[in-house]
Design a protein around this ligand. Structure first.
Ligand code: MG
Length: 166
């Protein structure tokens, strides 16, 4: 019998531009620029959604929420998390844990990590001990290092509720 555990990874990056709120993990972070995207550009939530979808081989965020669909224009990314959570539940999966890393040169994200974790845990219906968010800079290297954007990667472990599995 297989273990019923599935793991998935996600990655996302968005450009920073003036005149937009900076949303990360569903939290508004004080900054003079925000992430550009069809939705609110929340690359942390997008990476987490892709990790969850990847774990159950259900495609990716772009497939479920195409930018061509006006329904998702300016949508808070917490909406996507709720939809992905429902998809997993419908397929009989529970989320075991999520671990994510945000890569940003600025602003400094360390003071916001607890808020990111709490927001993500609530959105996923998990206790805080199953949700981890870390922050890194890229030491000035490349576009992220020049502060042109912010990237995030995530890994998620899910398990099947079913007794027997294909
Ligand atoms: Mg994205």
């Amino acid at each position: 019998m297989s273990s019923g555990f599935r793991v998935g990874t996600g990655f996302d990056a968005h450009r920073l531009a003036p005149g937009r709120p900076l949303m990360l993990g569903g939290v508004a972070v004080p900054h003079d620029r925000g992430l550009v995207g069809h939705s609110d550009g929340d690359c942390l939530l997008h990476a987490v959604c892709d990790a969850l979808l990847g774990a159950v081989a259900a495609g990716d965020l772009g497939e479920h929420f195409p930018s061509s669909d006006p329904r998702w224009r300016g949508a808070p990314s917490l909406t996507f998390v709720a939809e992905v959570r429902r998809l997993l539940a419908d397929r009989g999966f529970v989320i075991e844990n999520v671990d994510a890393t945000v890569v940003a040169e600025e602003p400094r994200l360390a003071p916001h990590l607890a808020a990111f974790r709490a927001s993500l845990a609530e959105a996923l219906g998990l206790e805080a001990g199953r949700v981890s968010v870390k922050a890194k800079s890229s030491d000035g290297l490349g576009a992220i290092g020049r502060g042109e954007g912010i990237a995030a990667q995530a890994v998620a472990l899910v398990s099947s509720r079913r007794e027997t599995r294909a």
